[in-house]
Design a binder for this molecule. Structure first.
Ligand code: IMO
Ligand code: MG
Length: 420
């Protein structure tokens, strides 16, 4: 049996898609299991740039089936736009995309609620992507949401819509409700061929030894339970999100690859112990082109945080590490890795869950020699400069897991596979 989970293990944007794309060449099935159009997964392939929000990144490989599991929330208009754009780029989607009929729907109402909730929080805003993700998941939990499969039944959909607006205390005219319903029915016309149940198919494929790849969105420090709550997203981004989000039993996850950037970034608000607000941070942002692929916002940049990273490796049962964007650190005189926190003269060697403690942490660093060499052409571990190898070894030792993949550039072939 072979299934691999590729999980972002920090605050998202770890270049998961690059790793999914690389491994996806040999995958039969790629599965998204949580999140929604808040994700922005970028792949550079054949001189072209592809950005995915809802469609699994495996769609570029013509032999791969792409699955959107029940744990994903779908904005039908965003999905249709994305499919349209992909078709325009020559990507064949028919018969290769399956959407679970249980997926919750993200409506314009949710984006409106997202915007208003952020506005009301003022200084304490989360800095969401404003894609309506939080409100859509809240409605699912409150059992008032519409699911994509509901659209089969027009009368039921109208009823549920009316109840939903009522639940949110929003007065809408019959005409307005009908126009929302009509646009949903139009989307249904275009999407219904893709909508099915995916849990049964995934289980059969698993038994047939098909290679299944789970594509995580966001990262573990944005997980609803294990992230820096409330500065998190509203889904379970950690490994536990997989069985719940696609209906495959837990034991069908055979291997977990944790994706970590060679440094840290965070987009949106919330604690970030190793954040650099100086010229080094600016340099990393520039070199790494650290601007959000969904919202275009500049990302906050900082050093690799081995304390946080070790925590997320444990939470996810990470087997091996993929270290991405290593090339971005070239040219720095020295590079640092956070190995511990201090608060009130006490050393902490764990990632605290107390939101009030997190901003007070002083960071303890291991400083290593930097390297000058551009890494873009390196295709084997032996081609990396000694200092870069030392840096990776330090990460490996601190996380107590082997590095299996190293990314030294955005293209698929700018990947180093470490054979143990
Ligand atoms: P990928 O899959 C980085 C962040 C937002 C905000 C918080 C909540 O590309 O790694 P939300 O809109 O989900 O309610 O916002 O989560 N966030 C991401 N940050 N990468 C992402 O996705 C993200 N998706 C959401 O910036 O801080
Ligand atoms: Mg992204």
């Amino acid at each position: 049996m072979s299934s691999i989970a590729v999980l972002g293990c920090m605050w998202g944007d770890e270049a998961k898609a690059k790793i999914v794309d690389y491994l996806g060449i040999t995958a039969d099935v790629v599965v998204r299991f949580q999140g929604g159009a808040n994700a922005g997964h970028t792949i550079h392939h054949g001189g072209r740039k592809y950005v995915f929000h809802l469609v699994p990144s495996g769609i570029l490989n013509p032999d791969t089936i792409c699955v959107i599991g029940a744990g994903v929330v779908i904005d039908p208009r965003a999905l249709e736009n994305e499919m349209e754009q992909l078709r325009g780029q020559g990507v064949e989607i028919s018969h290769r995309l399956l959407i679970d009929e249980r997926c919750g729907l993200v409506l314009a109402l949710h984006q409106d609620l997202d915007r208003r909730a952020e506005h009301a929080k003022g200084e304490q805003k989360i800095g969401t992507t404003l894609r309506g993700i939080g409100p859509a998941y809240s409605d699912l939990t409150a059992r008032v949401a519409l699911r994509i499969g509901d659209l089969k039944h027009p009368e039921w959909t109208r009823q549920r819509l009316a109840q939903l607006y009522d639940y949110h205390g929003q007065a809408v005219s019959t005409g307005e409700l009908e126009s929302v319903a009509t646009s949903l029915f139009e989307s249904w016309q275009r999407l219904s061929d893709f909508v099915t149940t995916v849990d049964d198919k995934l289980y059969d494929w698993y038994l047939q030894d098909k290679r299944i790849l789970f594509e995580g969105a966001q990262g573990t420090l944005l997980d609803l339970s294990y992230g820096t709550y409330p500065f998190v997203t509203s889904s379970h981004t950690s490994v536990g999100g997989i069985p719940v989000g696609c209906g495959l039993p837990l034991r069908c996850i055979n291997k977990v690859i944790g994706v970590y950037k060679a440094y840290s970034t965070r987009v949106g608000d919330g604690p970030f112990p190793t954040e650099l607000t100086d010229a080094v941070g600016d340099r990393i942002r520039k070199q790494g082109n650290e601007y959000g692929s969904t919202t275009g916002r500049p990302r906050r940049c900082g050093w690799f945080d081995a304390v946080a990273a070790k925590y997320t490796a444990r939470i996810n049962g990470v087997d091996t590490l993929a270290v991405t964007l290593l090339d971005v650190l070239s040219g720095l005189e020295s590079v640092k890795i956070c190995t511990g926190y201090w608060v009130d003269n006490q050393r902490l060697d764990y990632f605290p869950s107390d939101l009030h403690l997190l901003p007070q942490l002083q960071t303890e660093y291991l400083t290593l020699k930097g390297w000058e060499q551009d890494l873009g052409e390196c295709r084997g571990l032996h081609q990396l400069p000694r200092a870069a190898k030392d840096y990776l070894e330090a990460i490996q030792d601190l996380l107590e897991r082997p590095v299996e993949l190293i990314s030294v550039g955005r293209d698929r072939d700018q990947t180093i596979v470490v054979r143990s």
